[in-house]
Design a protein around this ligand. Structure first.
Ligand SMILES: Cc1cc2nc3c(=O)[nH]c(=O)nc-3n(C[C@H](O)[C@H](O)[C@H](O)COP(=O)(O)O)c2cc1C
Length: 281
């Protein structure tokens, strides 16, 4: 069985608990040490082959998250992966330390790659090392596809103590209003997601699966069981659904059923090493 997750920021589990329960694990919107309002609207725009967003890590901050949301998420009965972000290594370390003692946290996904906020000055490996020193929880490093050699980053975060990889985050893009040629998003550029990201995600998962011996959650433009099986074929152990959830909230159950059907007739398992299992789910 290939676990199906949501991609961070693409599902509000407390508003749609039935959809969340249809997942093998729920991944939260990225949490930062302090509350973030996010960017100015408009911060969502559609394009022909994907979606642009510049939400910018809007969240209530880790204290409020721990005070209320996490308890309610735990009641869903689905393993909860908490996505952690920040603006410095210290931010990552503090948030991971705050989550470390929480039994309700099944895993931590480090958002090392949000294109909609100022980046931390440290490298991805330094951020993973800071998080690793602060928590014993399973750590998944979520990487950006916007790098020349993602395999090199994968090796560096593996050496820094990551237990798995989430591949990929959005890639920076822009859309213009056809009348005045002004950017559709108030911030100008945003993170591009959806079907256009699929070949990029495939290349990234393929490169990283050859480079490191870590489980990989494949993310990027998945809309069907075929898309999910493609990611598995190049090395993913699990698949996460993002943009598709906005147009088809019932996609997790549908994609799982389609995947079972197409996988039954495929010889994917024999094409590579046996998949590394994604734990903890
Ligand atoms: C509206 C929106 C909000 C997102 N928020 C986050 C976030 O808070 N943290 C994160 O790591 N990724 C975030 N992402 C990126 C997704 O988790 C995912 O990596 C990306 O959308 C690619 O998958 P998809 O093509 O299936 O959407 C967001 C994406 C969208 C569309």
């Amino acid at each position: 069985m290939v676990p199906i997750l949501n991609a961070s920021g693409c599902l509000d589990a407390l508003t749609a608990p039935g959809i969340a329960r249809s997942l093998d694990a729920f991944v939260t919107k990225t949490v930062t040490p302090l509350a973030q309002e996010g960017n100015r609207p408009p911060r969502i725009a559609e394009t022909e082959s994907g979606m642009l967003n510049s939400i910018g890590l809007q969240n209530p901050g880790v204290e409020a998250f721990l005070g209320d949301q996490l308890l309610r998420l735990a009641e869903l009965g689905v393993p909860v992966w908490v996505s952690v972000g920040g603006f410095s290594a210290r931010d990552y370390a503090e948030t991971c330390a705050a989550l470390d003692g929480c039994a309700a946290v099944a895993a931590i996904e480090l958002n090392l790659s949000c294109p909609n906020v100022e980046e931390a000055p440290e490298t991805a490996a330094e951020l993973v090392a800071a998080a690793r020193a602060s928590t014993a929880r399973a750590l998944y490093a979520k990487l950006s596809p916007a790098t020349w050699d993602i395999a090199e980053t994968a090796r560096a975060v593996a050496d820094a103590g990551a237990d798995g990889l989430s591949l990929v985050n959005t890639i920076r893009g822009m859309a213009l209003d056809p009348v005045n040629r002004a950017p559709k998003l108030a911030r100008g550029a945003g993170g591009y997601s959806g079907p256009a990201l699929r070949p990029i995600a495939l290349a990234c998962v393929h490169a990283c699966a050859q480079a490191v011996d870590l489980p990989i959650v494949g993310i990027g433009g998945v809309t069907s069981g075929h898309d999910a099986l493609d990611l598995v074929a190049v090395g993913a152990s699990a698949v996460a659904l993002g943009t598709i959830l906005f147009s088809d909230p019932f996609a997790p159950a549908r994609v799982r059923a389609e995947l079972e059907q197409v996988a039954a007739g495929a010889d994917v398992a024999v094409r590579g090493e046996p998949r590394r299992s994604v734990a903890p789910i």
